[in-house]
Design a protein around this ligand. Sequence first.
Ligand code: PMP
Length: 383
Amino acid sequence: MTRKLLMHVGPTTIDLDVLLAGVKESSGFTSEDFVYASKNVLYSMEEIVKAPPNSQSLIIPGSGTAAMESCVSLLNKDDKVLVISNGVFGNRWTSIFSRYPLKVETLESRPGEVVPLEEIAQKVEKNRYKMITFTHVETSTGVRLNIGDYAKAVRDFVDIIVVDGVSSIGGELVDMSGWGVDVYLTASQKALGAPPGAGLLVISPRALEVINHENLGGYFLNLSNWLPVMKSLKENVGGYFSTLPVHLIFSLSKAMELIRHEGVEKRIKRHELVARAIRGGVEGMGLEIVAKKGLYSNTVTGVLLKKADPVRLLEEIQSENVELAPGVHPALKGKYFRIGHMGWVTPNDAIATIGAIERTLRRLGEDIRIGEGVMAVQEILGA
Ligand code: PMP
């Protein structure tokens, strides 16, 4: 069997130890080992995002979207919400909130760009919003928002700041406490490098206070139903509201152990180096990156093609045992593809990926400088 390189935006390549940690028989939701694993995941999440004291983290069965929709539990009827969208996943907030009796406004950027800070500052100074949502790394384009600056600019004007960290937590610097963010959320299958199946949230004490009985959240995703279980798990006692993905949590706990062993700062530096190498490779072979300069992320790179069909590239490159992610931004349909570089990704993966892209694109007749991408990666990694 040939080993495959999964350079996708999630699920990403999973470390075998992480995967095997989930292979356990006879573990109920009150088992000592399961309670320990859950507790480890909850405390680790708070550590990774640098949560303020007395925050509460949660594991919600489902995915990143489940974690997003659970934030409706922080809202009441007719609350005003401002969505800052830099692409498809920013717009997902608008789609979610539009299902509820809320007053939703959206500021949206062009693909590859971000909504300017001044535009948002003007808006929040004029209107009081109960919640504002940001996307740290917009996975559809690979654009990273400088959450520190944006959160600080709106902090005094909005009640709750929510950040979708689905493509950032575990691969980008997050300083929830220093930046004054109230909710940071992610999913198990992204830069934390575990299998899919859970959404994860960290909630500040200020945001915990607004989860009241009249909140608009439904039943399954209502955080008021999950909070008692999560508080109890943090204190080493199992609890039940609805069945948690027990085996996935064992895997997640192992991932947290490996993250702690590597060190969060070192892990971010590794992501930063691999991302730089990938971008160097893309530009070295003569292609353009979707994100504008200065907005690059550590975890996702969107690549524009000149004439080759990105769908063909994704099909063809699988014969090289590399899997990449399709472009999903409707404004760039048929023009780009994405490289995910998060989780357990290594510098060697950058060389292999750029090499396979070069070979495949040449076969597809794209106008590239074969070999120069790999050379650029080498220059960056060897510097
Ligand atoms: N937000 C972002 C930034 C994402 O990248 C994704 C998934 N790619 C989601 C939300 C939704 O997560 P999920 O697919 O796990 O529901």
